[in-house]
Design a protein around this ligand. Structure first.
Ligand code: FAD
Length: 456
């Protein structure tokens, strides 16, 4: 017998329940990935993610080849391709992990309908995208948790699933047509500092980082210059790493750093269960509606300065340039640039979220949109009126300015924490810098924000 395993957001061999089950159920297995033209049409395949995906697929193919198999890649509407592959190899089963987005649910429904007719059975396995499936824990009287802390408490009590080992051998039938694997080198417009994708790179990264990073995580994760976070988000996004396995390994490591890390991984699950229950929150305000954002046309120059890292606030500019250069940004930096756009410049969070999705290698609708809403005060933050002052943030999380000097070359000659306020430098020194004046007076931004939110 033959079974098809459809890989989606789970590009790995370790801890892969659908692959595990298919190998048990059938003699031969076709590991299939479809470059889904439906996702392409939705505009979500930004160059950084397309390049990272190419790495993930090459790595998955190499790992399968070491086990006697290979990856079959096809391009087209996903349901059509799965049906064609199943017919070509005479498969009786298709295995896939349950999705957590509205798109994935539709894909499952259509697979169920179109594979039907009785010959090919669809086997949908538990989700592998989150550590705890959306909806698995709920508060009484609601279908999801709207506040993180009580969710985290309940989530922490869930008995963890034991991660599965990678298979030793994978036998693939002859004669299934595949396409050449996509190549990262063919993707134009990627960020120069983009990391290498794939399960192997992700596992190496976790192994290296966890040796010292995990125990120091609690103390150092907010330090912008130390860059002490795991940088595992893109691997989690593509499922090159299993969140179940990460939680398992962090808990086994133990200590307050590991606990703090697990708490962050839980934020991913938290957002997933919010969006699973309220899919419209990817575009609409989740809790508190705000419709007084500035007109995009009026704010066009401010938005461009923010995107290009030319706001005149060095920490904001450093972060925006890091995003462009690496396709990634430190979480503390994401918080402060998002606050600057939505609360200081009073620009709609959707505009910022779109720019992030265009560049972030870990960019996903769930975590991106809901984090943006959290910062904008329309989402799950229980203190929606807090404003992160970029100067206070800079002095606290980049006290001697190392992060700023790393990303803003115009300011490399300015020593220590003075780099955060170039406008205070002596006039001559200031004029010699090719660096813009602040785009806005922070006090004016705050006054507009308070007025718009009816708090003055
Ligand atoms: P670590 O600090 O090492 O954390 C470990 C893992 O926990 C991360 O890899 C990530 O999967 C998860 N995590 C940590 N913080 C969060 C969080 N606040 N929400 C959800 N998961 C979290 N993360 C994305 O994965 N994709 C996005 O598109 C995304 N957009 C964001 C937009 C904004 C405005 C903000 C404020 C945050 C966003 N985040 C997003 C969350 C967070 O910034 C990144 O997950 C984190 O910076 C990734 O770096 P890391 O792997 O080193 O994280």
């Amino acid at each position: 017998t033959v079974a098809v395993v459809l890989f989606t957001s789970d590009l790995r061999l370790h801890d892969h329940p659908p692959l595990h089950a298919a190998l048990k159920a059938a003699d031969e297995v076709v590991p299939l990935f479809v470059l889904d033209t439906g996702i392409h049409a939705a505009g979500f395949d930004a160059p950084n993610r397309r390049a990272f995906l190419a790495d993930c697929l090459s790595d998955l193919d190499s790992s399968l080849r070491r086990r006697g198999g290979r990856l079959v890649v096809r391009t087209g509407p996903v349901v059509r391709e799965v049906r064609a592959v199943a017919a070509e190899c005479g498969a009786t089963e298709v295995h896939v992990a349950a999705g957590v987005t509205a798109y994935a649910h539709r894909r499952e429904e259509r697979l169920r309908e179109e594979l039907g007719g009785g010959d090919v059975a669809l086997r949908v396995h538990e989700t592998v995208i989150t550590a705890v499936a959306p909806g698995a824990v709920t508060p009484s009287g609601s279908d999801h948790f709207a506040v993180f802390t009580p969710y985290f408490r309940r989530w922490s009590q869930e008995p963890p699933r034991k991660p599965l080992a990678a298979p030793r051998t994978v036998r693939v039938p002859h004669g299934v047509r595949g396409e050449p694997l996509p190549d990262r080198a063919d993707v134009a417009g990627t960020s120069p500092g983009l990391p290498t994708g794939g399960e192997t790179a992700g596992r190496d990264r976790f192994a290296r980082w966890s040796r010292s990073g995990l125990s120091r995580y609690e103390d150092r994760h907010d330090d912008l210059a130390a860059d002490a976070t795991s940088r595992l988000s893109p691997y989690l996004h593509f499922g090159a790493l299993s969140p179940v396995e990460l939680v398992h390994r962090a808990r086994r490591h133990g200590g307050s750093g590991a606990e703090a890390f697990v708490r962050q991984v839980c934020w991913r699950d938290f957002h997933h269960q919010v969006l699973a229950a309220r899919p419209e929150a990817s575009v609409k305000d989740y809790r508190t509606r705000h419709d007084q954002w500035r007109d995009e046309e009026d704010a066009v120059e401010d938005i461009a300065a923010w995107r290009d890292g030319r706001t005149g606030y060095p920490v904001v500019d450093a972060a925006m340039r890091q995003l462009r250069h690496e396709g990634w940004m430190h979480n503390r930096a994401r918080l402060l640039v998002a606050s600057f756009l939505t609360k200081t410049l009073y620009v709609d969070w959707r505009i910022g979220a779109r720019h992030f999705l265009d560049l972030l290698v870990d960019g996903d609708v769930v975590n991106n949109q809901l984090n943006w809403q959290w910062v904008a005060g329309t989402g799950t933050d229980t203190r929606p009126h807090r404003v992160l002052n970029p100067l206070v943030q800079a002095k606290r999380f980049d006290p001697d300015g190392t992060y700023v000097r790393r990303w803003v070359p115009e300011l490399t000659g300015v020593d220590g924490g003075k780099v955060h306020e170039p406008w205070r430098l002596p006039a001559e020194e200031r004029e010699a810098l090719d660096y813009p004046d602040p785009l806005i007076d922070l006090a004016d931004g705050l006054a507009r924000f308070k007025h718009a939110r009816g708090r003055d």
